[in-house]
Design a protein around this ligand. Structure first.
Ligand code: ADP
Ligand code: MG
Length: 548
């Protein structure tokens, strides 16, 4: 008396399936990457359970993914002996939009405005809606699955609003997904084609993938090999695999540490920041390298491995020094973890320093993409603050547009008697260059830093001093102008100035804090500055915007 139950997808789900089928069509092959990645996740969970002896049934059995094709019938079957799903899990995982990723994916799709070439195929994996990509290549999918201790279930759907679930007799733990390929997707029933796709997207999956009884992927833990053994091409492929980036990495760092703690790491700098990374609250929460303990992946995005301001670094960290069966909270608070994080942070900053030194173009690219994130560290990582300050780069009145100066270089070329480091903040270079407050500095040949990154106004004033030279906004009233004060001090006498100031004060009233004589103007008759203790005008502007 097995009964078939029918369920209806929620409205958003229909919309999602529709979008996937119609906007990802330029990359139908990613369905395979997504199905393999799900199988690998399920295998990883079982592997973990077996090693921690939670449920070690079926020991000795090889954990694997098997793909079976039939070119004539156009059928495709992918099977794994991972965790499997119970009936409830099937409904929760393959039938609802309650899963956090779905809505995020829809949002990102909308923002991306698909053009004719289809939308970015990487989005689908990033938002945890990968399973549905199968509907690009088939009209109907059957999932048969069983967990260690529940009854087998079959889930069927044509992706058009409903799905069915029934219980079945299935002996083996794991999941089998089968379907008939659409006519225009029949290439995915060809072994040669499928093998190439696996090599391209899934070569580094931790479990063997068998296609017609032949193992296709290479499963090498690259980070365990000595540095001299790594080929650039291989490393780049590995990066693309773990980061789901279509571009090569900007640079990589291989570490193998023995001592107080032992770990190996293979870390990458992406060429570009992901869309959500900058300025979005909490965006860095879901970033971080993968954590492996004794060859088992423990966390996909382990944020505890790195401080927030470095979490854009991708890669893998593996250690033997953590027990396998620790909970997330214990990992978080373990002294081993703290030590690893501390060492990684130092090594990564050293990596940036060496890029700045020896690979200027790479550093420039890195700084453009991640500079605004790294600057967060100035206010949060006081141990490494001084090193981070050295990494800062600024445009200035002396540099060309898009060229940069460091604080060190600035100080080294300060004019005689200059005691302070001057900066101006604003929305863009052109607008800043026409600021009347610059006149004096221009005339005196004094360099002024131009803070164009919106993050700057929040971090730069907090530096206070560099090499004993105070950092000063030229829009503040209390600038020390003793630097080369001279000839134009022929000045106006007090009794000429006073009446003028009085007229201005009366006319402006409460609108200004004070009206004073200026020594900094050359061509303009008046300028507006902030009081000594006032907020930076850029911050003020932002706060005003946020209030609205
Ligand atoms: P994600 O993998 O990012 O969670 P997917 O849409 O790819 O999103 O998969 C949805 C969920 O379905 C998975 O999280 C998992 O719980 C379940 N699932 C999919 N495939 C399998 C499988 N082969 N074995 C066990 N569970 C699976
Ligand atoms: Mg998935």
């Amino acid at each position: 008396q097995q009964k078939v139950q029918e369920f209806e997808y929620k409205a958003e789900m229909k919309q999602l399936l529709n979008l996937i089928v119609h906007s990802l069509y330029t990359h139908p092959e990613i369905f395979l990457r997504e199905l393999i990645s799900n199988a690998s996740d399920a295998l990883n969970k079982i592997h973990f359970d077996q090693l921690t002896e939670n449920k070690a049934e079926g020991e000795g059995e090889e954990l694997k993914i098997t793909i079976t094709l039939d070119e004539k019938e156009r059928t495709f079957i992918i099977e794994d002996n991972g965790t499997g799903m119970s009936e409830d899990e099937l409904i929760a995982n393959l039938g609802t939009v309650a899963k956090s990723g779905t809505l995020g994916f829809l949002q990102a799709l909308k923002e991306q405005q698909p053009d004719k070439s289809g939308i970015d195929a990487n989005l689908i994996g990033q938002f945890g809606v990968g399973f549905y990509s199968v509907f690009m290549v088939t009209d109907e999918v059957t999932v048969e699955t069983k967990t260690e201790d529940s009854q087998g279930c079959r889930w069927c759907s044509s992706g058009e609003g409903t799905y069915t679930i029934e219980t079945i007799d299935r002996e083996k733990r794991g999941t089998k997904i089968s379907f008939t390929l659409k006519e225009d997707a029949k290439e995915f029933a060809e072994a040669f084609r499928v093998e190439n796709i696996i090599r391209k997207y899934s070569n580094f999956v931790d479990f063997p993938i068998y296609l017609d009884n032949k193992k296709v992927n290479s499963i090498t833990a690259l980070w365990q090999r000595p540095k001299s053994d790594l080929k650039e091409e291989e490393v780049n492929e590995f990066y693309k695999f773990i980061s789901v980036d279509y571009q090569e990495p900007l640079d990589y760092l291989h570490l193998s540490l023995e001592g107080v703690v032992n770990f190996k790491a293979l870390l990458f700098l992406p060429k570009e920041a992901p869309m959500d990374m900058l300025y979005q609250q909490g965006a860095l929460e879901n970033h971080g390298p993968q954590l492996y303990v004794r060859k088992v992946m423990i966390q996909h995005e382990c944020k505890d491995l790195l401080p927030e301001y470095l979490r854009f670094v991708k890669g893998v960290v593996e250690t033997e020094d953590l027990p396998l069966n620790v909970s997330r909270e214990v990992v978080q608070n373990s002294p081993v973890m703290a030590k690893i994080r501390q060492i990684l942070t130092t090594k990564i900053i050293g990596w940036f320093e060496s890029l700045a030194q020896d690979h200027k173009e790479k550093f420039r690219q890195f700084y453009k993409a991640f500079g605004p994130v790294v600057k967060i560290g100035l206010n949060t990582d006081f141990t490494n603050r001084d090193k981070l300050i050295e990494l800062l780069r600024f445009e200035s009145t002396t540099t060309e547009e898009g060229e940069f100066v460091t604080l060190r270089e600035y100080v080294d070329r300060m004019v005689e008697d200059q005691k302070e480091i001057y900066y101006l903040s604003g929305d863009n270079r052109q607008q800043m260059l026409s600021n009347p407050n610059l006149e004096y500095f221009r005339k005196k040949g004094i360099e002024v830093l131009l803070l164009v990154d919106p993050v700057d106004v929040f971090v730069i004033p907090s530096i206070n001093e560099y090499d004993k030279k105070p950092l000063k906004s030229i829009e503040k009233a209390d600038i020390d102008f003793k630097a080369g004060e001279d000839e134009e001090k022929e000045a106006l006498s007090k009794n000429m100035i006073e009446p003028v100031l009085k007229i201005f004060k009366e006319a402006l009233g409460d609108k200004v804090e004070d009206v004073i004589e200026s020594h900094r103007l050359v061509n303009s008759p008046v300028t507006l500055v902030s009081g000594k203790d006032a907020m930076d005008p850029q911050i003020e502007k932002m706060l005003r915007m946020m209030k609205q």
